[in-house]
Design a binder for this molecule. Structure first.
Ligand code: GTP
Ligand code: MG
Length: 368
C-alpha cells in the first residue's frame, strides 16, 4: 500500500487542507483531513502545484544502523546469563544467593512474575543475570530471554529431575545456539541424585564433562550456598572462551527487559544495555516510543549517570511504555529520535509492517 495523509500532503504542498479536500472532490475522491490517499492520486494532485512524488518504504526509514566499531575499542564485557529451569527448582533462590539478597521473601507466593535483571560483581569479574518466570504461560517471554543471552544456566533440582519446563529450556537454548551450564540444585536434600540428572540430560545430548561431554555440571545448593563460586567460575570460564566483547565508546543499544506505567514516575523500563554506553540526557528511540534519558537506576535502585555494555538499568524519560523485547537505540539528536518514533507509530497504525510504502513529496515551491 502506498499512501499519504491528506493533512500531511496539504502541509507539504504548502496549501490549506480544505483546498486540497475540494480538489480531491473534483477528482472524485472523498477524503477527510485525517484520511489517506494513494500515491497515484497524490501524484496527480501534486502535479497541479508543481510537485513530484516519490514512493518510499516507510519501514526502511525506521531502521537504524548501529555504529561500527574500531577493533581497538572492543573490550571484554560481562556475560549475560539466563537462569532457566522447571518451576520450583530454585532459580530465584539461586539468584538470591548470588546477590546475597532475598527476592524470594518479597515475591507474592514466591513465584517470579516478571523478568528481573541483575548484575553481580565477583572477584573474577561481573556477571549479568536474567531471572525468568517458571510457568508455562510465560514461555514466550523466556524464549525471548534466551536471545539476549550468552549463556544459559539450567537449574535442575537433584531430587526431582528433568521436567517438562527443563525440556523447554533445553530447546530454547539449543534454538538460540546458547551454551548451557547445568546447575544441579538442592544437593543438600537426602533424596538428591546427581547421577540420575546426568543420565536424564544425556538423552538430550547434554553430556557432562566427566562423562566425556562438554557441558559443565555444577552440583550446588542455593539454600545452603554450596559451590556457588564453582558455578560462577564455570560461567566466567565459558565467557572467556566465547570472547564476549562490546564497544563502550559508541552510542548505546539495548533491549527492553520489562516496562510499565508507574503511578508517580510515568513510563519506566528496565533496559539491558547490549552495546555502547547509555548516558543521562541521551535521546533514544525504543520500539514505537522516543525519549530522552532523564534518570537511570541500577538493579539496586541507586541512581547512576551512565551504564555500559551488559548492564541492566531502569530508565525514566520515555514518551510511552515500550514492549518487552523492543530494541533501544540512542540517536544523535532528539529530533532524529522523534522522527523515527513518529514513523514507526505511523507504520503501526497502518499495520502492514514491511509492505507499507509512503509517498514522499519533493516540494519545489518550498524554499530551503
Ligand atoms: P519459579 O519462579 O516458581 O519457577 O520457581 P524457582 O525455580 O524460582 O524456585 P525458587 O527459587 O522459588 O525455589 C523453590 C523452593 O525450593 C523454595 O521453597 C526454595 O527455598 C527451595 N529451594 C531452592 N533451592 C534449594 C536448595 O538448594 N535446597 C533446598 N533444600 N531447597 C531449595
Ligand atoms: Mg522464581
Amino acid at each position: 500500500t502506498e499512501f499519504v495523509q491528506v493533512g500531511e500532503l496539504a502541509k507539504k504542498l504548502n496549501v490549506r487542507a480544505p483546498e486540497i479536500i475540494a480538489k480531491l472532490m473534483q477528482m472524485g475522491v472523498m477524503a477527510t483531513i485525517t484520511q489517506s490517499i494513494d500515491a497515484e492520486t497524490a501524484t496527480l494532485l501534486s502535479a497541479e502545484y508543481g510537485c513530484t512524488v516519490e514512493v518510499i518504504s516507510l519501514y526502511e526509514e525506521t531502521l537504524i544502523q548501529e555504529e561500527s566499531d574500531e577493533a581497538a575499542d572492543l573490550v571484554q564485557r560481562p556475560p549475560v546469563v539466563t537462569i532457566m529451569g522447571h518451576v520450583d527448582h530454585g532459580k530465584t533462590k539461586l539468584l538470591d544467593a548470588l546477590r546475597e539478597t532475598d527476592v524470594v521473601a518479597t515475591e507474592a507466593g514466591g513465584i517470579t512474575q516478571h523478568i528481573g535483571a541483575y548484575q553481580v560483581t565477583r572477584p573474577k569479574g561481573k556477571i549479568t543475570f536474567l531471572d525468568t518466570p517458571g510457568h508455562a504461560a510465560f514461555s514466550a517471554m523466556r524464549a525471548r530471554g534466551a536471545q539476549v543471552t550468552d549463556i544459559v544456566v539450567l537449574v535442575v533440582a537433584a531430587d526431582d529431575g528433568v521436567m517438562p519446563q527443563t525440556e523447554e529450556a533445553i530447546s530454547h537454548a539449543k534454538d538460540a545456539k546458547v551454551p548451557i551450564i547445568v546447575a544441579v540444585n538442592k544437593i543438600d536434600k537426602p533424596s538428591a541424585n546427581i547421577d540420575r540428572i546426568k543420565q536424564d540430560l544425556a538423552k538430550f545430548e547434554i553430556l557432562s564433562e566427566d562423562w566425556g561431554g562438554t557441558t559443565p555440571f555444577v552440583p550446588i545448593s542455593a539454600l545452603q550456598k554450596l559451590n556457588l563460586d564453582k558455578l560462577e567460575d564455570a560461567i566466567l570460564a565459558q565467557a572467556e572462551v566465547m570472547e564476549v566483547t562490546a564497544n563502550p565508546k559508541k552510542r548505546a543499544t539495548g533491549t527492553v527487559v520489562e516496562a510499565k506505567l508507574d503511578q508517580g514516575r510515568g513510563p519506566v523500563a528496565t533496559i539491558l544495555v547490549r552495546n555502547g554506553t547509555l548516558k543521562i540526557g541521551d535521546a533514544f528511540v525504543v520500539g514505537l516510543e522516543g525519549g530522552k534519558i532523564r534518570a537511570m537506576y541500577n538493579d539496586r535502585g541507586q541512581s547512576v549517570k551512565e551504564a555500559g555494555p551488559a548492564t541492566p538499568v531502569e530508565i525514566l524519560g520515555l514518551s510511552g511504555v515500550p514492549n518487552s523485547g523492543d530494541i533501544l537505540n540512542v540517536m544523535a539528536t532528539e529530533r532524529e529520535a522523534r522522527e523515527i518514533a513518529d514513523k514507526r507509530q505511523e507504520l503501526a497504525r497502518h499495520q502492514q509492517a514491511q509492505q507499507v510504502k509512503k509517498v514522499k513529496l519533493e516540494n519545489f515551491n518550498e524554499t530551503i
